[in-house]
Design a protein around this ligand. Structure first.
Ligand code: C2E
Ligand code: CA
Ligand code: CA
Ligand code: CA
Length: 273
């Protein structure tokens, strides 16, 4: 085993040193981007299938990198989580998302769509996060239910902590969603013990649903379970009309994905709303 591990190591230390330097450089740039407001939000619509209207938008952070152009969070959120930079980034995201809700309201979009923001478990552990969110929501005078938190998870969720967060949020009209259900560390115990308003089914299921009857059966029964638990189910990653037609047929309520709309700047949605 030692020999095998030895073989898998790079023959010089340069690559790993390089990686370390790249990470530090990226972190410095990200810090500067946050300070210089080079982080922006893209908004992806979520369709209420039976009502045939956009119920809300998910805010997805984008980094307008001076040389590389827009960088997806898939590239920097993990780094930001490692370094706790995700905490100030998350606060910035909440502020901008609250402003977005206000703009929909001022534009006369009725009912005001919700804006969902991603919150990683790393942020929840940070004391006072929910209180700060509540202060911002109250300050912005948002309509109840217009801000939603999507809890994204890379490790096991602390059930007690998340239960407290959900309880506190719901008491103040902020809804909480479980993101990426069906992958990673998500499990049925979370559905049992945590009263999420929304569960988002990972996009791998939508991708498989037409070819794989097992994926289809899981979606169908999750939709049923959602009704029994009074939990909204959002199927993510809907890319084709056929997939949407099937979701409609089985009575699934919400869909998100490139078919409904790609993530776009707020102005584009305001113009078309
Ligand atoms: P997520 O929360 O699961 O967000 C959905 C991701 O899937 C987005 O990628 C979106 O662009 C992509 N997507 C949407 N529809 C489709 C589709 O039909 N097909 C495919 N193949 N992909 C689709 P994005 O924007 O690169 O975000 C990646 C992840 O980064 C997010 O996954 C979320 O976990 C995280 N993230 C994004 N913004 C934030 C943020 O403000 N804070 C935190 N903590 N995490 C964030
Ligand atoms: Ca999400
Ligand atoms: Ca997701
Ligand atoms: Ca995700």
């Amino acid at each position: 085993l030692a020999a095998l591990q030895g073989q898998s190591l790079p023959d010089t230390s340069t690559p790993s040193e390089q990686l370390g330097i790249d990470k530090i450089r990226l972190e410095t740039q990200l810090r500067e981007a946050l300070a210089g407001h080079a982080l922006e939000l893209s908004y992806q619509p979520i369709l209420d299938i039976p009502a045939d209207r956009i119920a809300g938008y998910e805010a997805l952070v984008r980094w307008q990198h001076p040389e590389r152009g827009p960088v997806s969070p898939a590239e920097f959120v993990a780094l930001a989580e490692e370094t706790s930079l995700i905490v100030p980034i998350g606060e910035y995201v909440i502020d901008v998302a609250c402003a977005a809700v206000s703009r929909f309201a001022r534009a006369g979009v009725d009912p005001v769509p919700f804006v969902a923001v991603n919150v990683s478990a790393r942020q929840l552990v940070h004391p006072g996060l929910v209180e700060r969110i509540l202060a911002r929501v109250h300050h912005a005078g948002l309509p109840a239910g217009s801000l939603k938190l999507e809890i994204t998870e890379s490790r096991a969720l602390d059930i007690e902590l998340v239960a407290r967060v959900i309880e506190l949020c719901q008491r103040h009209g902020i809804r909480v969603a479980l993101d990426d259900f069906g992958t990673g560390y998500s499990h049925f115990g979370q559905l049992h013990r945590l009263h999420f308003d929304t569960v988002k089914l990972d996009r791998s299921f939508a991708h498989a649903m037409l070819a794989d009857p097992r994926a289809m059966a899981i979606i169908e029964h999750l939709a049923e379970l959602g009704r029994a638990l009074r939990t909204d189910i959002v199927v993510e990653g809907v890319e084709t009309g056929e997939q949407l037609a099937e979701l409609r047929r089985i009575g699934c309520r919400y869909a998100q994905g490139y078919l409904i709309g790609r993530p776009r700047a707020l102005g584009e949605w305001l113009a078309s709303a």
